[in-house]
Design a protein around this ligand. Sequence first.
Ligand code: ASP
Length: 300
Amino acid sequence: MSAESAGPVIVVHGGAGKIVPDLVTLRQTGIREAVLAGWKLLSGGGSAVEAVEQAVRLLEDDPAFNAGRGACLNRDGDVELDASIMDGRDLTAGAIGAVRRIANPVTLARAVMEAGPHILLVGEGAERFAAEVGIKECAPDALITERQHARWTALREAKTEEGLGVGGTVGAVARDSAGHVAAATSTGGLPFKAPGRVGDSALIGCGTYADDGLGAVSCTGDGEAIIRLVLGKTALEFLKTGEEPMAAARRAVELVTARIGAGVGIILVDPRGRIGVAKNTPQMAFGWVRDEDSAPEVFG
Ligand code: ASP
């Protein structure tokens, strides 16, 4: 799994947690499609940024994941989305937090990155920026699925936060044929979260990081734990000590287990195109493609 690749590489995840049985196949199918779409761009000479954005967009559109359409609801029954993207070429990054009515938050994050100089826009300001750059708002209910509404109703009636950590956040990391890396992450956050809560998926260095000299990473799981350990950047720093990407990803997850005891998952790619994947949760759907003509490998 740590084999080097001279060509492009893409790895995609669909969230760490416990996947309810009827979503396992749907998520595997979604991951396969996303990884292939990203790969198609990369093998046609597209950039790592384009590939991770495209892979994440497809998963945002897929209601089987907790991002874009299908996102979980906050305590008020609203969707509030977080996303971020980073370009390892020049360390430019863009992120949005707690936005509503945006079907593809990763594309809004990319627009923030390209517009500069700010990196993170939240709430109403982010929504106004979307309108300025021509990203249209969707109807208020367009992102709410029956599944997530039913889950919200159950959580509200039980007046408990049980049900947290069931996964479905999406992320992608890639290295393109020019050797540049990029990462992107998108989520609805945690079910029944407090309105206004922003998690790691919107925070550069936590849920997302990319640097051509280090690699690219996307994290998923307990966002507060990921933030406290600045987990994305921490995992990439482990690579500097000469650790193999698989070992670096595992070490980062073990750090979370040891210090906080929370559930997380990580995907990463190093500058040589080697892949690292680790989780301490029961499941995490993920997949990758790294060689011309190779079929995507997808795991539950
Ligand atoms: N990390 C995300 C958050 O805390 C949730 C997840 O990955 O499942 O918002």
